[in-house]
Design a protein around this ligand. Structure first.
Ligand code: NAD
Length: 356
């Protein structure tokens, strides 16, 4: 029987509670589809600072690098807010992303039909099954470019630089084309090519690569227009690919459309097959230990792992279908519905497992 080795970084706050549910769901999917999963836990974030003095121990990096894939909860909390910037839990997060060479961030914005009323958009705008995938470049662009402060003619100034090389653009755009091929073969590339030179190179590279994916219908949008279109007519999108900063902003906007932070999964991929899978929300210290945490974003991150890193698309479908079915039977309190029982984190995890 195929056995997958998964590194597990539960992290802080609600991290351990929600990751526990995702581990159960992955095990259950394995039982149903004939593969085994072995988990190895490692420390990241505040819990790592408490036990080792640093947010990202080398042992954690080694465990994640040796694993087939990594599942992460969330890190941080008020307990570590007084730590110096270089030793905060978030440093561990940035550190593990860079140690694993994760250059592609995949953020699906999905609205399950059962949760349509949670969206701030009108139901006729979101339609029946909104499912947009934003592919964001994660290790280049303005967040990593040359920056500095200077004085010009006696006036203080600061600058940041957006720079992308062709290989950097090619590798993220190829990921997006491959995702589009697995979905509805529609890709929208977002840039600001009317103003930025780096965007003109981005657009030309997308155009050139589109020759390798003749089945995919490619369109281009300026980022300001895309921000408008996401709330005006989000159904027009399937896969969106964009740079680091534009993706940062657009993926948060797209997340808001779904209306419930406890439902949104994400994946970060490297050149190899492994990757890091995590919910988009934080460690929610305000509800940690109360059983109120919604584990579905983490369970859905596990489904993404099954699809993108473990090549188990049927198991991924089964987990996603089980989540959808669970929403008809019970809800955690963040997405409570009048006519359905309120479940705690463990009960929701058990319900999903029973439906896989
Ligand atoms: P948050 O996402 O943790 O919480 C925002 C709000 O959403 C809170 O009211 C919280 O209770 C609620 N919430 C979040 N996840 C939920 C879930 N699964 N179920 C039910 N409710 C949920 O954001 P924050 O409060 O700004 O940050 C808290 C801590 O998390 C901070 O230390 C921050 O640095 C850290 N953080 C970590 C990550 C990460 O690990 N990737 C991301 C964002 C924030």
């Amino acid at each position: 029987m195929q056995t997958y080795h998964i590194a597990v970084l539960k992290g802080d706050g609600i991290g351990p509670e929600i990751v526990e549910q995702a581990m159960k769901a992955l095990k259950q999917a394995g039982q149903k589809f004939g593969f085994a999963i072995e988990f190895q836990e490692a420390l990241l974030g505040g819990c790592a600072i408490d036990q080792t003095g640093v947010p990202l121990p080398q042992e954690t990096v080694d465990i994640c690098k040796a694993a087939d894939s990594t599942l992460l909860g969330a890190v941080g909390g008020p307990k570590w807010d007084s730590q110096p910037g270089s030793n905060r839990p978030e440093k561990g997060l940035l550190g593990i992303r860079s140690a694993l060479g994760l250059f592609a961030n995949l953020r699906p914005a999905i609205i399950f039909p059962e949760l349509r009323s949670a969206s701030p958009l009108k139901e006729e705008i979101i339609g029946d099954n909104l499912n947009v995938l934003i592919v964001r470049e994660l290790t280049g662009g303005i967040y990593f470019g040359e920056r500095g402060r200077c004085t010009e003619n006696g006036v203080e100034a600061a600058y940041d630089t957006e720079k992308y090389s062709v290989p950097e653009i090619e590798r993220i755009v190829r990921v997006a084309f491959q995702m589009a091929m697995k979905r509805s073969k529609k890709l929208c590339s977002v840039d600001k090519a009317n103003v930025l030179e780096s965007s003109r190179l981005w657009r030309a590279t997308v155009e050139r690569l589109s020759n390798d994916y003749p089945e995919v219908a490619v369109s281009h949008l300026y980022v300001d227009n895309c921000a408008m279109q996401l709330v005006r007519n989000p159904k027009q999108f399937d896969v969106i690919v964009t740079s680091n900063m534009f993706g940062d902003i657009l993926s948060d906007e797209a997340s808001m459309i779904s209306g419930s932070i406890g439902m949104l999964a994400s994946a970060s991929l490297s050149a190899g097959k492994s990757g890091l899978y995590e919910p988009i929300h934080g460690s929610a210290p305000d509800i940690a230990g109360t059983g109120k945490a919604n584990p579905l974003a983490t369970i859905l991150s596990g489904a993404m792992m099954l699809r993108y890193s473990l090549d188990q698309p049927e198991a991924a479908d089964a987990v996603e279908t089980a989540v959808s079915a669970a929403l008809k039977k019970g809800r955690t309190c963040d997405i409570a519905a009048q006519n359905l029982p309120v479940l705690n984190c463990t009960e929701m995890g058990d319900l999903v497992c029973s439906l896989i």
